[in-house]
Design a binder for this molecule. Structure first.
Ligand SMILES: [Zn+2]
Length: 471
């Protein structure tokens, strides 16, 4: 088994060889909880989820850590703007993030650490940087990382540190810096802002330091994979490398993976552009969460992806094809010998699926392999060339691949509520009696309750109408 991933830092595709054999440690930069995450944020989170799910399917143990930024300028401003305590605001949006993640079938990270729960670790890291001469204090009690002390600065973003200009505006409270390039590790106390009394002084952590402290706390000083959106390469990840490696003297991350932006209407989806779509907002408008997941995972993570109504419709129809096949396989009965070519077909599909994902998580050919199989299985169902057992094998195989993709129907959805089951039963009786008028009336009644009925040689099949793009 060889899984190759393109490392942003070296620019090379590298074989994934976990530091600890069989155990991959992954850190993903998570949400800043001051408002709802939009689907552009979730593209990056679901890419990490796909990676985690795939590595697990390949038999690797994975420890996945995703941080929650719960103290930050934006949260402080948001809380002040609507008079909510900061902790309450952060709790509310953390809960929303988790609900959105569940709706989109994102696996639960093994650890979801919060910055405010790691003040001691952050303080210890800043203290080490002060001791080693990589950080200095300013008059207002802030502590900055001294970029001049770290010649390797700029290697991730491929910037020449001597040429580096800070494009972002310099915060008014950061004028005490020795060098405009330097970044805040610790922010001195300000009236109306939360702060902590610590051994390095009163204040609160800067944003970058929290990811170094939390990743190293939960995954060790060196770990296998760090993921995030491309917008985090500079300065966030550049700063993470500098402060972590300056503190430990060791390599921080072995492989950096960065997910491209989600575009909408031709521009990067961003709050500042104003073209954002929230997950919850879309789901409440009737978008199927599985179709949304499909859209967000269906392009290679480094390729730009344009979110459109058409892409959502195409995803919904792919999901419907999958649902229809699961239903057909579930009701298929044929007393005949097993199809000797089915195991070959399934093996070929598995090989194509894994070969694609082994190649830097190239999801498009993996999805193509799944939908080629869907087409071929439908053909064999129509030709009645499968045995009853074959149909069960094929369904089990699709479930196995779906542990990675997580776009298939919920197994629990196969159980129908008793009142609907009674309607379905009544319709079967009407059909046996060739009472077509009654049968049609019962079909309409089921449709009204969200159940689509189809007649096949194996009797009635039903599915929920919820797999459509819009209800
Ligand atoms: Zn981060």
């Amino acid at each position: 088994m060889t899984i190759r991933l393109l490392d942003t830092l070296s620019g090379e595709q590298r074989e994934l060889v976990p530091l600890e054999p069989g155990h991959v440690r992954i850190y993903s930069c998570g949400p800043t909880v001051y408002g709802p995450a939009h689907i552009g944020n979730f593209r990056s989170f679901l890419f990490a989820d796909l990676l985690v799910r795939y590595l697990r399917k390949r038999g690797l143990r994975v420890t996945w850590v995703m941080n929650i930024t719960d103290i930050d300028d934006k949260i402080i401003r948001g809380a002040a703007a609507n008079g909510t305590p900061i902790g309450e605001l952060a709790d509310r949006w953390t809960e929303r993030f988790r609900a959105d993640g569940r709706a989109l079938r994102m696996s639960d990270p093994d650890v979801l650490p919060r910055a405010t729960g790691h003040i001691d670790e952050i303080v210890a890291l800043v203290a080490t940087l002060l001791d080693r001469g990589h950080a200095y204090r300013t008059e207002d009690g802030s502590i900055f990382f001294r970029i001049a002390s770290w010649p390797a600065y700029g290697k991730l973003a491929r910037l020449d540190p001597s040429q580096l200009r800070v494009g972002e505006r310099v915060e008014a409270d950061e004028y005490g810096k020795d060098d405009v390039r330097d970044f805040a590790l610790w922010k001195g106390p300000k009236t109306g802002e939360p702060s902590w009394s610590t051994s390095i002084g009163e204040g609160r952590p800067g944003w970058h330091i929290e990811c170094s402290a939390m990743s190293m706390t939960h995954l060790g000083e060196t770990f296998d994979i760090h993921t995030g959106g491309v917008d985090l390469i500079f300065p966030h990840h550049e700063d993470e490398i500098a402060q972590s490696e300056a503190a430990t003297g060791r390599e921080f991350v072995r492989t950096w993976l960065h997910c491209a932006h989600l575009q909408m209407g031709g521009s990067k989806m961003a709050k500042s552009v104003g073209n954002i779509a929230g997950v919850n907002e879309l789901l409440e408008a009737g978008v199927s969460p599985r179709a949304l997941r499909y859209v967000l995972i269906s392009a290679h993570y480094r390729a730009s992806l344009n979110y459109t109504e058409d892409s959502l419709t195409a995803a919904a129809s792919a999901i419907e094809r999958l649902d229809a096949l699961f239903l057909a396989l579930g009701t298929y009965r044929e007393e005949r010998p097993d199809d000797p070519s089915l195991p070959v077909l399934l093996d070929e599909t598995r090989t194509a699926f894994e070969t694609a994902l082994d190649d830097d998580l190239n999801v498009s050919p993996a999805l193509a392999a799944v939908f080629d199989l869907v087409r071929e299985l439908n053909r064999r169902i129509d030709a009645r060339s499968l045995s009853t057992l074959d149909a069960g094998r094929a369904a089990g195989f699709l479930r196995e691949l779906d542990r990675v993709l997580a776009i298939g129907p919920e197994p629990a959805r196969d159980a129908l509520e008793p009142e609907l089951a009674a309607l379905l039963e009544a319709r079967a009786t009407a059909r046996e009696a060739r009472d077509w008028a009654a049968s049609d009336r019962l079909r309409d009644e089921l449709v009204e309750r969200g159940i689509v009925v189809e007649d096949s040689r194996d009797g009635q099949r039903w599915r929920r109408a919820g797999s459509l793009a819009r209800a």
